[in-house]
Design a protein around this ligand. Sequence first.
Ligand SMILES: NC(=O)c1ccc[n+]([C@@H]2O[C@H](COP(=O)([O-])OP(=O)(O)OC[C@H]3O[C@@H](n4cnc5c(N)ncnc54)[C@H](OP(=O)(O)O)[C@@H]3O)[C@@H](O)[C@H]2O)c1
Length: 184
Amino acid sequence: MATQKQMLISDISYIIRCCTHSVVRIGLHLQVYHLDLASLNSVRACAKEIRNEEARIDILVNNAGILTSRRKTTEDGLEIHMGTNHLGHFLLTNLLLDKMGANPDGARIVNVTSVMYKFASLDPDDDLVVGSGAAEASSLMCYSKSKLANILFTRELSRRTKAMSISCYAANPGVVSTGIHGYV
Ligand SMILES: NC(=O)c1ccc[n+]([C@@H]2O[C@H](COP(=O)([O-])OP(=O)(O)OC[C@H]3O[C@@H](n4cnc5c(N)ncnc54)[C@H](OP(=O)(O)O)[C@@H]3O)[C@@H](O)[C@H]2O)c1
């Protein structure tokens, strides 16, 4: 939410906001699309809608994130932190990539990560589904792994989009008092 408020007071005149339910409206042209990052079907549907409706995308901020104490899986059977914080964004970004790459003025992708990545390591065979390695890890560690995945994704995306005039960044907003801390 803090990232979203910052966007609303910066020099951006048209915002596409994807969210599960609530909407902040501060007098700007704001288009809202429903998106549940914990559902790959929802991500695909949202990307399709955006591709059909929007002429161009200049900036994609993959900001949404959860930290929950509940051991849960997404509807696709993925560990909930990895599924929501990384894989949902991963799929959304890839489905919008060619549209962003076609932007004559270039485009920017910002993945919002966290300093918690420093405490994590990743095992792709183990960390995606509950019932394997992720089941043994604490919620905070699952969150940290997803934040490390944000960074690794950004690095690889940056390499792959060099020829497309897309700049990729991983940003850590610092510590901000938001709903996400309710679960710590
Ligand atoms: N706060 C901090 O101290 C801190 C520190 C480091 C990094 N971060 C990162 O900053 C980002 C934003 O977190 P925040 O602190 O602003 O937390 P927040 O206020 O709880 O906001 C989280 C946002 O994620 C969205 N979201 C959650 N589950 C979703 C889902 N399944 N599908 C689509 N959207 C979903 C929520 O959308 P709805 O409004 O629709 O529910 C909400 O807008 C996260 O990536 C977090 O890891 C935060």
